[in-house]
Design a protein around this ligand. Structure first.
Ligand code: C2E
Ligand code: CA
Ligand code: CA
Ligand code: CA
Length: 279
């Protein structure tokens, strides 16, 4: 048994060492990616439940790694947060998204809303508002067409500072969405303490609405709460026609998910924006 323990100890520390070298490598690669223009955005459409029109897109970050190919944000955002690299990365995201929005505002016949994900460290960063307003001026886009999606832990820390930032964003005319609603214990607390425009129901709640009655009731209650608070209610992770029908009949406002459209490259999403689908 002793030998086995020893072996497993050696194995364990070797594995740890390997994963920490991997992390150091990843961090180095992240830094380089910033200067090599390896970050790009994909766009996922959002469909209005009432009209069937595509009313906007959510910008989702992708990393085109020289050797490893396309890397999903789940794999590098946590490290970017930890190392503070999320600040310059987030700035590139806002720059690209607003540049794209400007182009669409000039070329598309109907107006479209751009949703941008923003995380805790970004909102709390002292330069956030200056950076954002600088980009608005640089691209001269209508702030009313921009929605900031806050993941729940964004709001948690330093709430008076966050309040100030949100108020300023609203003064400018931007919309603010609470993302992943329901997955954190404090979701209701955020609704109590901050004024949002939009509530995005986390996709883990949507998955079983047409198969498990209990889940369906929870989502009905969330939609009713959103209505009562005058929020736009968005369902994330919509994957089937049955879910679409269910959500429409329950007076949800906006649908997002693979059934409507996956996150896609600019050229693909442009096709969709030019010829709106309906179901
Ligand atoms: P999120 O904001 O909740 O974005 C939705 C995620 O669910 C996306 O994953 C999207 O591809 C995926 N998704 C959309 N529809 C469906 C569906 O019908 N079924 C399933 N199974 N999945 C669906 P993605 O692109 O990998 O992004 C993961 C997370 O990374 C995002 O979650 C967001 O929290 C974060 N993220 C993405 N881009 C940025 C960014 O620019 N800045 C920051 N700070 N975070 C970002
Ligand atoms: Ca989001
Ligand atoms: Ca979400
Ligand atoms: Ca999420």
């Amino acid at each position: 048994a002793k030998k086995e323990e020893q072996n497993s100890f050696i194995f364990y520390s070797a594995r740890n060492q390997k994963s920490s070298t991997n992390l150091i490598e990843l961090e180095e690669d992240l830094r380089k990616a910033l200067t090599k223009d390896e970050f790009l955005l994909h766009y996922q459409p959002k469909q209005c439940c009432h009209t069937g029109k595509i009313i906007g897109v959510e910008a989702l970050l992708r990393w085109e790694h020289g050797k490893k190919g396309l890397i999903s944000p789940a794999e590098f955002i946590p490290l970017a947060e930890e190392t503070g690299l999320i600040i310059p990365i987030g700035e590139q995201v806002i720059d690209q998204a607003l540049k794209q929005l400007k182009e669409w505002q000039q070329t598309l016949s109907s107006s479209i809303c751009m949703a941008i994900n923003v995380s805790a460290r970004q909102v709390h960063h002292e330069n956030f508002l200056t950076m954002l307003t600088g980009k608005l001026m640089k691209y001269d886009v209508d702030p009313k067409c921009i929605e900031i999606e806050l993941t729940e832990n964004t709001v948690m820390k330093n709430s008076s500072q966050s309040s100030k930032v949100f108020e300023r964003l609203k003064d400018i005319g931007m919309k603010i969405a609470i993302d992943d609603f329901g997955v954190e214990y404090s979701s209701l607390n955020y609704l109590k303490n901050f004024t949002f425009d939009t509530l995005k129901i986390d996709r883990s709640f949507i998955a079983d609405i047409t198969t498990i009655d209990h889940q369906a009731k929870i989502v009905e209650a969330i939609i009713a709460m959103g209505r009562a608070l005058d929020l736009v209610v968005v369902a994330e992770g919509v994957e089937t026609k049955e879910q679409v029908d269910w959500l429409k009949s329950r007076d949800c406002d906006v649908l997002q998910g693979y059934y409507i459209g996956k996150p896609m490259e600019v050229s693909q999403v442009e096709e969709l924006l030019k010829q709106p689908i309906s179901n």
